[in-house]
Design a protein around this ligand. Structure first.
Ligand SMILES: Cc1cc2nc3c(=O)[nH]c(=O)nc-3n(C[C@H](O)[C@H](O)[C@H](O)COP(=O)(O)OP(=O)(O)OC[C@H]3O[C@@H](n4cnc5c(N)ncnc54)[C@H](O)[C@@H]3O)c2cc1C
Ligand SMILES: NC(=O)c1ccc[n+]([C@@H]2O[C@H](COP(=O)([O-])OP(=O)(O)OC[C@H]3O[C@@H](n4cnc5c(N)ncnc54)[C@H](O)[C@@H]3O)[C@@H](O)[C@H]2O)c1
Length: 459
């Protein structure tokens, strides 16, 4: 049987574009790709990139405050011009979108700016009715924000909307305590929006190291976010142009905008999967094996739609490995352990890799090397902010099982610490490394004695 393409990719985001470019540009495959919205996908258009630029924009007040502590007695952040920022942001995202499209086309990928659905194991149908056949189909459609099913939730916004606001709200509610809720609370608060964050748990960032979670919770409160723990909204109502949120503790409050940051669902609805027999998990994610192959041999899936580790570098790596394996005769699997990540809060970020202290204790005996201190830079300026460096070490093998950093630029630090930890380094390797002085990160190589030791089976 002859096909129009060797590969047809559905979705022009992080995973799809990488797979298409490598298959076409490096392995000579004939590749088509359909994107229903903007090339670049979530990360570039409505995720990592605009979010990080807004994090940078949101730190002016803190920087001015710190500089006052260094003698710039009149330092003030001044006025934030949302319209000017939005204009620059739009230009930058347009530039990136063009670059994503151009680079894929330069590699030989034929792009269709339309929604695609599956018709059978080798055929997709575009929104204009055209059908394309391919020997292999890659589903890289990502995920979509989900709400929580309360009355009036259609009045609420999702993360995509933050980057499209015409005006900043005066007062906003963020629902959730995960990555997006905490980063968005940091951004809105830093841009001068009265920010309330409602989270049903007792400390934000569930799943992260407990000590780090507590520091992140404290930081959100100390920068001025009105963080309401143990609270969930029960319904939203409109009231004279504003939104009233009712909470399960009996309180109600008025806001100009309400954002749901309550997780994301794999975007597998209305994709024609019922025509193929591709198996889904209970949450709608495509079930794949370690080669990203679905239950139908000609159909593969990468990135958030498979709900493995929902981060851009992981989607990219999965897309690349798929293309090398299927089109480059270079069989490559992706290891999902360990994966470093960062939560971009201000002034301290949270960088993390490997096991949390709680997970390490469940695994077996563990030595916890932990330093919590006031870093030179902010202490001099009069700030009470604390930084944390933590290493979790297997006392038998000396292997470093996990590292958690809460501090300024922790994202940059964890990227570098991620290299030796991924290589399987030991605590002795950290000890043998000469410190760089004076830095905050030098604590990582100067912690001589465990702060805590847990024997096996202590819980
Ligand atoms: C607010 C926010 C901040 C984030 N910040 C970070 C961060 O700092 N670091 C990090 O690593 N990750 C971050 N992420 C996660 C990251 O964006 C995702 O993990 C990553 O984009 C997943 O890539 P993907 O290729 O699986 O899907 P996506 O990038 O979502 O791409 C899927 C594409 O498919 C298209 N599509 C969907 N269905 C169809 C169809 N039927 N036909 C045609 N096209 C279709 C969509 O329009 C989209 O462009 C963030 C996410 C959000 C929402
Ligand atoms: N810096 C980064 O790398 C980064 C940043 C943003 C997003 N992301 C990725 O995007 C994903 C999605 O982010 P997210 O913050 O939406 O998801 P998340 O899973 O991190 O957080 C979801 C939050 O919603 C809350 N929630 C869920 N259902 C609820 C309900 N019924 N009532 C009340 N609260 C409820 C949860 O308790 C949790 O706090 C992340 O898991 C991550 O993979 C990464």
């Amino acid at each position: 049987m002859t096909f129009d393409y060797d590969l047809f990719v559905i979705g022009g985001g992080s995973g799809g574009v990488r797979a298409a470019r490598i298959a076409a540009g490096e392995h000579g495959a004939r590749v088509g790709l359909a994107e229903e919205s903007r090339m670049g996908g979530t990360c570039v258009i409505r995720g990592c990139v605009p979010k990080k630029l807004m994090i940078f924009a949101s730190q002016a007040t803190q920087m001015a405050e710190e500089m006052r502590g260094y003698g710039w007695s009149a330092a003030e952040s001044g006025h934030f011009d949302w319209h000017l920022f939005r204009e620059k942001l739009d230009e930058e995202l347009n530039r990136l979108e063009r670059a994503y499209g151009a680079n894929a086309e330069k590699a030989g990928v034929e792009i269709f700016h339309q929604r695609a659905r599956l018709v059978d194991h080798h055929t997709v149908e575009l929104a204009d009715g055209t059908r394309k056949t391919a020997k292999h189909i890659l589903i890289a459609v990502g995920g979509r924000p989900s709400k929580i099913g309360i009355p009036g939730e259609e009045l609420g916004l999702i993360s995509d909307d933050l980057f499209l606001l015409d005006e900043l709200p005066r007062r906003a509610l963020l629902i959730g305590g995960g990555f997006i809720a905490c980063e968005f609370a940091t951004i809105l608060n830093g841009l001068g929006v009265g920010t309330v964050q409602a989270y049903r748990g007792d400390a934000v960032l569930r799943g992260f190291d407990r000590e780090a979670r507590e520091m992140a919770t404290l930081q959100l409160q100390s920068i001025g976010v009105d963080l309401r723990l143990g609270v969930s909204p029960t319904r939203l109502e409109r009231d004279a142009g504003r939104i009233v949120a009712h909470f399960d503790d009996g309180n109600a409050d008025h806001f100009d905008a309400v954002f749901f940051a309550t997780g994301r669902d794999p975007y597998t609805s209305d994709l024609g999967l019922e025509n193929t027999g591709v198996r889904l998990r209970d949450n709608g994610a495509i079930e794949v094996d370690e080669w990203s192959q679905s239950s139908v041999p000609s159909i593969f899936a990468v990135g958030d739609v498979t709900d493995r580790v929902n981060l851009t570098p992981v989607a990219i790596r999965e897309g690349h490995a798929f293309a090398d394996t299927v089109f480059g005769a270079k069989a490559r699997k992706v290891s999902h352990e360990p994966v470093a990540s960062a939560v971009y809060l201000r002034p301290c970020e949270l960088g993390t890799i490997g096991l949390t202290e709680e997970q390490a204790r469940k695994r077996g005996p563990v030595d916890v090397y932990s330093a919590v201190f006031r870093p030179m830079r902010s202490m001099f300026a009069g700030s009470d902010a604390r930084t944390m460096m933590k290493l979790l070490v297997d006392p038998e093998s000396d292997k470093v099982l996990g590292c958690h950093i809460f501090g300024p630029e922790a994202g940059e630090m964890i990227q570098l610490v991620g290299i030796p930890i991924t290589m399987g380094c030991t605590k002795a390797d950290f000890d043998a490394t000469m410190a760089v002085h004076p830095t905050a990160a030098e604590e990582l190589v100067t912690m001589r004695h465990p702060a805590r030791r847990y024997p096996a089976d202590d819980n």
